[in-house]
Design a protein around this ligand. Structure first.
Ligand code: ZN
Length: 454
């Protein structure tokens, strides 16, 4: 980067502009952000393609050219939609993108408009190189670039991506086809016992949604009965809250080994403590919760419905259950797990259906040159830190890129303050990202992209 400070200021401006465009999904309206990005990319001399397969659900794709001698393209993928806010619980306006005490506040500041803005800034820097060499970014190769770079910012990730990345993969796959991809859910620092780790995403858990209908007996609320479906549902919920048995996948065993080996004390004992969920003194509560989730299939009841009137005992109740699965757990396995939790007697009053097609867990190829480059670059920019390959506890749009056979890694580099509860920021109140984290991340991403493609 010629002028890192100017690039950083531009990055901050683009992030603020993106946050101010309300792309809450549902309904999405990502077209607002897609048009903004298309204008910026067009002004830089690129020829962005704006897609709007469903009204308001906009995505944008642009391509920088290399001379082709270095292999297939690198895809920089991000999503433009954000989750809804409960504005009363925020101390700042979630769509004003104000900077307060060194943080950019706003929905999407973390998930994931900051990474979209960083990807954009890297692309703009490369397009500027082409112009500086007298070329046209829409058709001439970037000086020194041997692969193409595809920038794609898409709609609908928060609701499965079917109107964004998934739609493009199904209908315009040539726009995204690449040799490797970088996207969200990794590359962010975590501080454990005074040591900084960068967890790079190389896998994600699968998801299964179940709707459990609990059958009871309705009646007049003046005469209580034990088979009230709301009471039965309460018993089901209580049992679903019990933890599932741990299962350590090879990836998580390696990740825990790498972390334990870099911490003070006996690595074996530390590793055993981490695997047993005894994380006090090693990591903060949110990180411990994430680790717990990565060592087992999980069950979270999310929606409970029963009753139609305040004086009528409900005859049935519905519980929506969100399950996240490790590699190797099938839908049938997960249903058996639910049955085991609820118990045969209570299960006899239940019917489970799957309202959504399941998503399989993903594991990216390892080792891989792009992973190695991300790990080497970020640890060089932050001497003494350790890179660790990890699984994300949730799904991203990687489920669509892998359908094109594209190895996809979670790497949105940010160096956080040691006490920053980053995992709580995802979909959280007062979502925010620090300017320092962005100032660190941009040159890391820029170097990874230029090196992989150069
Ligand atoms: Zn996201």
């Amino acid at each position: 980067m010629r002028d890192p400070e100017a690039a950083f200021r531009e990055l901050t401006g683009h992030l603020q502009a993106l946050i101010r465009l309300r792309t809450v999904n549902p309904p999405g309206d990502e077209i607002l952000a897609a048009r903004y990005l298309a204008d910026v990319l067009g002004a830089a001399g690129l020829e962005p393609r704006l897609l709007e397969p469903f009204a308001g659900r906009g995505s944008v794709v642009a391509r920088l050219r290399g001379d082709g001698s270095g292999g297939g393209p690198l895809l920089l993928l991000g999503h433009l939609d954000v989750v809804p806010v409960d504005a009363d619980r925020w101390t700042q306006d979630p769509f004003a993108a104000d900077i307060v005490e060194g943080y950019v506040y706003g929905r999407g500041a973390v998930d994931m408009k900051s990474m979209v803005a960083m990807e954009l800034q890297v692309v703009l820097g490369l397009a500027a190189d082409t112009r500086a060499a007298g070329g046209r970014p829409d058709r001439d190769p970037v000086p020194g670039l041997r692969r193409d770079i595809i920038f794609a910012a898409t709609a609908d990730e928060e609701a499965g991506g079917h109107q964004g990345a998934g739609w493009i993969v199904d209908h315009e796959p040539q726009l995204l086809r690449a040799e490797a991809c970088l996207t969200e859910a990794g590359g962010v620092s975590i501080e454990l016992a005074g040591r900084r780790f960068y967890a790079i995403g190389v896998a994600e858990k699968g998801f299964h949604r179940f709707e459990i209908t609990v059958r009871g007996q309705g009646g007049h609320a003046s005469m209580p009965r034990d088979d009230n479906a709301a009471l039965l549902a309460g018993r089901v919920l209580e049992r679903l809250g019990r933890p599932t048995a741990p299962r350590v996948t090879p990836l998580m065993a390696a990740a825990v080994r790498a972390v334990a080996g870099s911490l003070p004390g006996d690595p074996r004992a530390t590793g055993e403590r981490l695997l047993a969920g005894e994380t006090a003194g090693i990591c903060d509560v949110p990180t411990g919760r994430a680790l717990h989730a990565l060592l087992r299939d999980t069950i979270s009841p999310t929606i409970v419905r029963a009753g139609v009137k305040d004086n009528v005992i409900p005859g049935s109740a519905t519980i929506v259950v969100d399950c996240r699965t490790l590699p190797g757990t099938s839908a049938a396995d997960m249903e058996a797990e639910l049955r085991g939790h609820i118990g045969a007697e209570l299960w006899a009053s239940c019917t489970a259906t799957t309202p959504l097609p399941p998503g399989a867990a993903l594991e990216q190829p390892m080792p891989h040159p792009l992973y190695d480059l991300c790990a080497a670059t970020i640890t060089r920019h932050d001497p003494g830190s350790v890179a660790v390959p990890v699984m994300a506890p949730f799904a991203t749009d990687a489920k669509h890129t892998v359908r094109l056979g594209i190895p996809t890694y979670g790497f949105s580099p940010l160096r956080l303050a040691p006490d920053e509860p980053f995992l709580e920021r995802f979909h959280g109140d007062d979502e925010r990202v620090s300017l320092d984290a962005l100032r660190f991340g941009l040159p890391v991403l820029d170097e990874v992209v230029r090196t992989y493609c150069g």
